[in-house]
Design a protein around this ligand. Structure first.
Ligand code: AHR
Length: 668
């Protein structure tokens, strides 16, 4: 039996007694601090579980302009003119011309609309052109080369075209190049634009213009800055670096609701997201209300994994979309099951397979290693109850072809025993803390492990504040302590573009881990909390026990359909877990103090021959739970590493208010 479970039970019993003492009278204010110093015991000779090497990963989907206007390097908004069927949204006329959408001059059947520029009034001192201001700006940095490309054809027009990045008012030209000749037939044109010693800025636009008269049609107008690992069609380096610093073990993609769509038609239809970007039709991300070009498609997700050394966790569409559309299990579902098998083959198949050959043709001959496939997303929302059977159909087909794949269910099923079940927890700080021992008592023994595929303490907007980070850290202590059962987890959502926080703007969901605008980015306190956990977890969970953990009184809100709030309960205000790295012998003691006062804690370590007097502490703290990072103050709350002494097998240390500490204890 896990000593940690005993420890958790003891805690529950203590909390129960406290609650009984409080009774059900009116909600008391937060509990008075007691003078008793809490004590923690770490039993270094009692390993209760292995820390799952897959515990800390990432979850991603197109929400909050995560890819387009976010991670995906493309700087042009509505590059293929399909975001709105009647208007050339995000495009403007530059100078003396007229623009309109034209469905009579398509580039191909995927990009079936083009942008027509009537430059019939252009003149030497009066150019006509098209302009795009990107996703809330176009970032410009000094001495940087941008790659611009577009398809064009002319009528009564043979060029030249000037391609330029200018300030929004057009007064400053930051970089420009000339395309001397435009043909009558569609052709792709490419130029590089290199800036000089300019000040970094984002209030810029791309302008393609001419001083010659005629008509020009454009398709897929694109502008890329340098990308992470210099990948063509690649990702934004600063955001990739923030992710790389977290050392994530896996990436769950492509959603989330983005996988399902509101309707079957608007699901993530992976076959339409591969190949040359000019052959991808794009689709409306109707769950989150905007257009996706699918420039970041299936192969780009996989290359993102490759770049950050993450395992892909591939979520396959399972025949349910959010407006209660579901495909009836049986023959009707077969094509979707086949689609999933094809998708798995695209990821893992060698070049002798149909879809492996397609991947090679798309630019990646080597197969990707794949161990996890998730069937659907949040299928508890499917009121028809079809998931039980749909899951079985996918599970059987996947296991028959790929017996070693771990198949994840999105909700409980009776039809099959999934390898993992995906649980989602979006909570307030108090709720997160109140459930911070829930896995201690969860029954073990079955085959099915837990993947907490979406979780977040949703406090703070657009990104979580320190209260969010404290709730997260309490929750991560719980998952880590129980990582024999909870083998994988991923916070959600990962990204938010913070440029336009009004209705219909750049954010669809508040409290997102990483924020950015066109030019800069930052990690929230929750980002740093998670980075601390994911880079200090060792490989063995140690048994712990505790006494006199301080608590506060909290009354949960009334549940759905309930008129009464439940009775107040006592919730811990100090959280902890201890893990060890077997190679170095370092014990990572994580302590979270959610109180506004410093908290001395007595720490007793048994089962270790010695503990060095000196060690290290990495501390994330804030003056108040409301404190946060932002685009203006990206580094207000960041971890600080300090040398510590006075450590040993028995010592007392004070933990700052509103803090998350990782104490590194060198044991032998
Ligand atoms: O993370 C935001 C959304 O929350 C996800 O798309 C969905 O799976 C969940 O309901």
């Amino acid at each position: 039996m896990h000593l940690n479970h005993l420890s958790g039970k003891n805690l529950f019993i203590r909390l129960g007694l406290l609650l009984a003492a409080v009774g059900t009278a009116a909600t008391p204010a937060h509990a008075e601090p007691t003078n008793t110093i809490p004590t923690l015991q770490i039993k270094a000779d009692q390993v209760t579980a292995k820390v799952s090497p897959m515990l800390y990963g990432l979850m991603t989907e197109e929400i909050n302009y995560s890819y387009e206007g976010g991670l995906y390097g493309e700087l042009i908004r509505n590059r293929a003119f399909k975001a709105n069927p009647t208007n050339a949204v995000f495009w403007n006329v530059a100078g003396n011309g007229a623009i309109s959408l034209d469905t009579n001059q398509p580039l191909n059947s995927a990009l079936n609309v083009s942008l027509k520029l009537d430059a019939s009034k252009a003149a030497k001192n009066s150019p006509a052109g098209i302009a795009n201001a990107g996703y809330w700006g176009i970032p410009v940095r000094p001495d940087t080369t941008y790659h611009a490309s577009f398809y064009a054809r002319g009528r009564g027009f043979s060029g030249p075209l000037t391609v330029a990045i200018t300030s929004t008012n057009g007064e400053i030209v930051l970089a420009s190049a000339i395309v001397p000749k435009i043909t009558k037939k569609w052709r792709k044109y490419e130029v590089t634009l290199t800036t000089g010693n300019v000040t970094p800025s984002k209030d810029n636009r791309l302008v393609i213009s001419t001083t010659k008269r005629g008509t020009v049609w454009f398709s897929q107008v694109s502008l890329f800055p340098p990308t992470f690992n210099n990948r063509a069609n690649g990702n934004r380096p600063d955001l990739m670096q923030l992710l790389a610093d977290m050392h994530p073990a896996f990436l769950r993609f492509p959603g989330g609701n983005y996988l399902e769509g509101n309707t079957i038609e608007t699901r993530f239809n992976w076959k339409k997201t591969i190949g040359d970007v000019s052959q991808r039709p794009g689709h409306r991300d109707d769950g989150w209300g905007y257009w996706s070009t699918d420039g970041l498609g299936l192969l780009e997700f996989l290359e993102w994994c490759e770049d950050l050394h993450m395992q892909p966790l591939l979520a396959v569409y399972a025949g349910y979309s959010m407006r209660q559309q579901h495909v009836t299990p049986g023959p009707d579902l077969d094509p979707y099951v086949q689609d999933a098998l094809d998708e798995i083959e695209y990821v893992t198949g060698d070049m002798n397979t149909q879809w492996g050959a397609q991947r090679a043709k798309d630019g990646h001959p080597a197969p990707f290693a794949l161990n996890y496939v998730e069937v659907g997303n949040e299928d508890w929302f499917d009121k028809s109850g079809s998931y039980n059977e749909r899951f079985a159909q996918f599970y059987d087909a996947i296991k028959a072809k790929h017996p070693s794949l771990q198949v994840i269910a999105t909700t409980k099923v009776a039809s099959r025993e999934p390898d993992l079940i995906d649980e989602h927890y979006y909570r307030s700080q108090e709720e997160m803390e109140a459930q911070s021992h829930m896995y201690d008592t969860r029954k073990r023994g079955g085959k099915t492990k837990v993947f907490v595929g979406e979780w977040a303490t949703r406090v703070g907007s657009p990104t979580p504040n320190m209260a969010g980070a404290l709730g997260d850290a309490a929750w991560m202590c719980c998952m880590e302590r129980n990582s024999d059962l909870v083998v994988m987890s991923s916070y959600a959502p990962l990204f938010v573009n913070v440029s336009d926080l009004g209705r219909g703007g750049s954010m669809q969901w508040r409290s997102d881990l990483i924020g950015y605008d066109a030019l800069s980015s930052y990690g929230s306190p929750s980002y740093y909390a998670q980075k601390l956990f994911s880079t200090h977890h060792g490989d063995a969970v140690l048994a712990t026990d505790s006494q006199d953990i301080p608590t506060y009184s909290w009354q949960a809100p009334a549940g759905r359909g309930q008129s009464q709030r439940p009775a107040p309960r006592q919730v811990p205000s100090l959280f902890f877990d201890a893990t060890r790295d077997s190679q170095s012998g370092i014990v990572y003691l994580k302590i979270v103090n959610r109180q506004s006062t410093p908290q001395p804690v007595k720490i007793e370590i048994s089962g270790a021959a010695s503990v060095e007097v000196e060690g290290e502490a990495v501390v994330l703290k804030a003056n108040s739970p409301d404190d946060t990072n932002s685009i203006q103050e990206p580094d207000k709350i960041v971890p600080v590493t300090e040398k510590v002494d006075g450590l040993g097998t028995d010592f007392t240390r004070e933990f700052p208010p509103c803090s998350i500490t990782i104490l590194e204890l060198k044991t032998k």
